[in-house]
Design a protein around this ligand. Structure first.
Ligand code: ZN
Length: 324
């Protein structure tokens, strides 16, 4: 069988490494003792939990460990549980598997700092995406965290209902330079994440999906990654990226092809203040490891058909970037 966390071969539901990262080593079952919110008794959910956030069509629940058991909770949640969303997008039944897969690729192949993630199953057999919160202090309480809409002081009141989409990635980089002392390191992290979102067709990487978090030393860095998925699987006609790369104009290459190419990312990297040689090196690293990515897709919880779609969408972007 495979580990429900890292998708590698495992004798148990969770390999020892994932059990440690997810549950501090406790023997927790990957099968929950309650039904999914749609098939089960809905009052059970309203009695036991508060919806902590509704972004679009995704409802999230808060869980905590009681002994060796994951339970719904109103306060003190250590985990976020995202069941299958409702709505009119395509293939929504595969959304938890898609997010889990994309987060695992980002962590295992591209070495992004990531929270522990897993697939868990409800009593009725449907699956959900589980992520361990990264904002909890070990001694209790939370690390202070702000997304880039908050940092830019943009709200629906001040900038209208599309405020999350009102800046470019270049402008987020300007904010990183302004507010984060270690911006030389954080700008490279940000650049890699923008490139990752493009390659894996995450068209929902808007202002609220990038955040800064306070460290134990009191300064701020970018948070571990979150909310990454190949949105193209669910919205085949959406634009390639949630925000444009540049504040003002498009490159000649973009005007010629109608989509971002290697040249755009090279220019973007330079414009946000990373040395050209360094940008080239970072992009170069994205050219390797297609086989590893392929094998993680193969072991994911997507259906065979969607595995093939996911791979196709990924390869398409690699061709655009002249990476294969
Ligand atoms: Zn594992």
């Amino acid at each position: 069988m495979k580990c429900q966390g890292c998708l590698k071969t495992s004798e148990k539901e969770f390999c020892p490494k994932c059990r440690k990262r997810l549950f501090d080593g406790r023997k927790v079952s990957g099968h929950l003792l309650f039904d999914s919110p749609y098939d089960g008794d809905s009052t059970f959910y309203t009695d036991h939990t508060q919806k902590i956030s509704i972004s679009g069509v995704q409802v999230k629940y808060s869980l905590k460990l009681e002994g060796n058991e994951l339970q719904l909770t109103e306060s003190g949640g250590q985990y976020i549980l995202k069941p299958i969303p409702t709505g009119t997008f395509k293939n929504l039944g595969a959304a938890p598997a898609n997010e889990h897969l994309t987060m695992q690729i980002a962590e295992q192949v591209y070495k992004f700092t990531s929270p522990a993630t897993a697939i868990v199953f409800f009593k009725d057999g449907s699956h959900a995406y589980l992520v361990r919160r990264f904002d909890q202090r070990p001694e209790g309480g939370k690390y202070q965290q702000e997304d880039f809409a908050q940092i830019a002081q943009m709200t629906s009141e001040s900038h209208g209902k599309n405020y999350k989409y009102d800046l470019s990635y270049q402008e987020i980089a300007d904010l990183i330079r302004k507010y984060i002392p270690t911006h030389l390191i954080e700008l490279e992290k940000f650049f890699r994440l923008v490139l990752f979102n493009y390659i894996f067709s995450n068209g929902d990487a808007h202002l609220k999906n990038f955040s800064a978090i306070q460290t134990t030393q009191g300064d701020h860095i970018l948070t571990p990654i979150y909310d990454l998925l190949c949105t193209r699987i669910h919205a085949p006609t959406e634009s390639d990226m949630a925000l444009s790369l540049f504040k003002d104009d498009f490159t000649d290459a973009y005007m010629a092809y109608g989509f971002y190419t290697y040249q755009d990312f090279l220019t973007f990297g330079r414009q946000i203040g990373i040395k050209e040689l360094r940008v080239e090196k970072i992009i170069q690293k994205f050219k390797i490891n297609h086989e590893l990515t392929g094998s993680i897709i193969e072991y994911s919880y997507l259906s065979e058909e969607l595995k093939s779609d996911y791979m196709g969408i990924y390869l398409d972007k690699l061709i655009r970037l002249e990476m294969i």
